[in-house]
Design a protein around this ligand. Structure first.
Ligand code: ATP
Ligand code: MG
Length: 495
């Protein structure tokens, strides 16, 4: 049975060819992965399928019937349900409100049938094992559950094809297990799954076939059984896979960051830690363990209820980003759209502003700035038509690289990183790791949160494990194993 067919699909944005003549098909009922480097065209292809972007040429069909959508709503009605890379929920509506937004169930006479929507929502939440009620406000849900609510929305519309664009980037292993169990269950029910991820082991675990895009072109479709991770990475980058950064044998220097009995009740309590010059310390824990809150409190985004922070032996009180820059503190936040980027400015000021604020430079030297930004763009392979573009024209992973670049440009004394390589492709991930390592070796101290355990094990000199708002213990990064870290994050540990 012919499933979903893409035939000669092309699309450009100005001078950028996002997709060139892409043809492949997805069999009905299979789980199919779409992978490729940042900017390869994955999201664009999915947006065409979901009716958000129109192709310039080429066509799509589902079981022999042509698919041509003017709006996302239209695609949803034809059975294409999408879980987006950037969360598009309505934070101030309830879960039920989000699931039925734009297609409310009405009674005769046109009044909303709140009861029917609430019941249908409750049934979907139960089916997906989401511990929430139809009335839970969306902004109370952790990211992992927001994604499942998007899946529930697709199911409420009775979708045949479920499209997931990087659904796992900020999920920890246990949450990925939950999501995958749901996806497997939907697949058994006959749904066709199209899945984008930069985590190659996940792709092999979930998908029957794997399509690789490179620079907007189809670079091959592989059966899981016939491919290895190396085959896939080679097809992605068109050359030998990049080498891992060797862990430098660090001589940790003086204490740069000292956090003493820091609390922000009720999210976390009594967190004490130090990070030395030349050290990467990872804060690991499940979503909800308080890891991101610790970084945000150190950076002054949310006030502490007790405790103190010292940088290079000086007690600091940080109220805003300017204080932070002056104190020598940098922060790469997880939610780049909300905290990391100015979408109305081009890449040059986006990357230069924090550095200018730190150096208290009032007059910006245009020519030097441009040169510096061009250098950063080249080092990190940020794919953009020019440094004069705004961040919204970049792919998700390339936006993340811009956020990292702007803070690394300030050469802070202490760098806080929250999911630094979220959505970044395998090759660029190593480049970012190398850049972080280089600055750390030059004397920076780095405190990092990452739910990607391989990344934690590759980068961290020490791993501090948090659970339910408290530090549970510490592991040596060089000798720690997946199991040891996970055990500490999930079980009571007797020290
Ligand atoms: N609205 C837009 N305006 C201009 N350029 C765009 C726009 N949307 C996408 N592009 C460009 O099209 C190319 C493909 O982007 P796309 O988002 O499809 O990549 P991707 O494979 O999803 O990458 P990632 O892994 O980083 O999410 C990129 O070079 C991007 O800059
Ligand atoms: Mg994308």
């Amino acid at each position: 049975m012919s499933g979903l067919v893409f035939r000669n699909v092309s699309r450009s944005f100005g001078a950028v060819k996002a997709l060139t003549d892409v043809s492949f098909d997805v069999s009905a009922g299979e789980a199919h992965a779409l992978i490729g480097e940042n900017g390869a065209g994955k999201s664009t292809l999915l947006k065409i399928l979901a009716g958000i972007v129109q192709p310039e040429s080429g066509d799509l069909s589902w079981q022999g019937e042509p698919l041509k959508f003017q709006t996302p709503r239209h695609a949803l009605e034809r059975g294409i349900g999408m879980v987006y890379q950037e969360m598009l929920s309505f934070p101030n509506l309830s879960v039920a409100g989000n699931i039925f937004a734009g297609r409310e169930i009405t009674k005769s006479g046109g009044r909303l049938d709140e009861k029917a929507m609430r019941e249908r929502t409750a049934a979907l939440l139960a089916e997906l094992h989401v511990p929430a009620t139809p009335d839970t406000p969306m902004d109370r849900l952790p990211a992992a559950l927001c994604q499942l609510v998007q899946v529930a929305r697709a199911l409420a519309f009775d979708c045949k094809v479920l499209v997931l664009d990087e659904p796992t980037t900020s999920l920890t292993d246990a949450e990925v297990d939950h999501l995958f169990a749901v996806v497997e269950q939907l697949k058994r029910r006959g749904l066709t799954i199209l899945f984008v991820s930069h985590r190659i082991p996940e792709v092999f675990r979930l998908c029957d076939r794997i399509t690789v895009l490179r620079d907007g072109k189809h670079a091959g479709t592989f059966n899981r059984a016939e491919a290895t991770p190396d085959t896939i990475v080679r097809a992605m980058v068109g050359r030998e896979p990049p080498a891992r950064v060797p862990r430098a044998s660090v001589d940790a220097g003086r204490i740069r960051l000292a956090v003493t009995r820091l609390s922000r009740a009720p999210r976390f309590r009594d967190v004490s830690l130090t990070v030395r010059a030349g050290e990467v310390v990872a804060l690991f824990g499940l979503v909800g363990s308080g890891r991101t809150e610790v970084l945000e409190t150190i950076f002054g985004i949310t006030p502490a209820t007790a405790g103190q922070v010292e940088i290079d032996g000086q007690r600091v009180t940080i109220r805003n980003a300017r204080d932070a820059a002056a104190a020598g503190l940098g922060f790469v936040p997880e939610e780049r759209a909300r905290q990391g980027l100015f979408f109305n400015l081009s890449l040059v000021p986006n990357i230069i502003l924090p550095k200018a604020a730190k150096d208290a430079v009032l007059r910006i030297n245009r020519r030097n700035d441009r040169r510096e930004v061009e250098h950063q763009v080249a080092t990190l392979h940020i794919k953009t038509a020019s440094v004069d573009r705004t961040p919204d024209t970049l792919s998700g992973g390339n936006q993340q690289k811009v956020v990292a670049a702007k803070w690394l440009a300030t050469s802070p004394k202490v760098m806080l990183l929250d999911e630094p390589t979220k959505g970044v492709d395998v090759g660029a991930r190593f480049e970012l790791h190398a850049l972080i390592r280089q600055q750390v070796d030059a004397g920076m101290a780095c405190l990092m949160v990452s739910s990607d355990l391989p990344e934690v094990l590759a980068l961290a000199d020490r791993i501090l494990v948090m659970r339910e708002g408290r530090l549970m213990g510490e592991l040596d990064g060089a000798t720690a194993t997946d199991d040891a870290v996970m055990q500490m994050a999930t079980h009571e540990v007797v020290a």
